[in-house]
Design a protein around this ligand. Sequence first.
Ligand code: PLP
Length: 353
Amino acid sequence: MNPIPVEHTPHSRLSTIDFNNLGFGNHISDHMLVADYKDGKWQEPKIVPYGDLALSPAMLSLHYGQSIFEGMKAFKNKNEELVIFRPQRHHQRILKSMERMCMPPMSEEYFIHSLNAIIKVDEAWVPTSEGASLYLRPFVFATESKLGVKISDEYKFIILTSPVGPYFAKPVRVKVEDHFVRAAEGGTGFAKCAGNYGGAFYPTQLAKEQGFDQVLWTDARDHQYIDESGAMNVMFVLNGKLITPQLTSAILDGITRNSLLSLAGKLSIPVEERKVSVAEIKEGFEKGLLTEAFGVGTAAVVSTIAAINIAGQEFTLPAVDTNSIQLRLKKKLEDIRHGYEPDEFGWVYKIPN
Ligand SMILES: *Cc1c(COP(=O)(O)O)cnc(C)c1O
């Protein structure tokens, strides 16, 4: 592909950022990558200063919801090389989201070349402190301006980047959701589309008003089986085994989930991907066999669940220590990303110079 043209910002904001106190998603780097789809093809991307866009209020994504995104991380490894974690798999997933939302696909080369270019332009924004990273947010939305219901013929592909600090999520209290639904089989749950989030806010807000941090989504038909936790996949340690709901069309195929399952194999932890019923989780608590529960996703890697509320009954989990499976898995993943452990699975992509 051709080199991507860059319009540099005359006013870098880099010096205003406190890299010791980043948090998550609070800062957006100096530049963004923007590309248009029109006349039946993805046009050449360009990199411009991050800023507002002029868009039609009749653009189709605002009205009919064709809007998808990805979330991934870039790092400086221990040898000061710029790397991205599993960009090829993120590309495969964006293709699935695009297909489900009737959006035109883009090649892996186009996607990764774009990521490489924006990361290199804002390389100085990649944090180097332990546990920190550059969060990458590629997204695509319909831009054709038309009020009638139709599949858009025009789109924008944008990549924003954000330096993020180590994410020490405090242990969360969750509620098994037995009324509302995030996604039904046959719907859009497996796609990373904006509407899934829009629809999840209200039940989550109600759960928060009841004193919970998150909901555990269950299957849309009977609310009997666990799907996900908030916007993360969920894992349990039951009787010494790592158990996670098997993927359905209502569950997002998380790359953290996929990676941690492979790493569990390496650590000789028995893994089961299968339906996980609410009844079995309850029984696991009652028999003292359920020892861990945690959400898994790019932002936090693992987010400890401290308590689960099932139909009004509260069950608490033991405190986590460094021998717990979730922290062992998290450490292994971080060590591979930063080059402290060999990358046996070929997950760490080095950005070419
Ligand atoms: C993004 C996302 C996840 C986690 O996926 P990762 O690839 O591990 O970040 C899980 N569930 C939902 C609903 C998501 O949107």
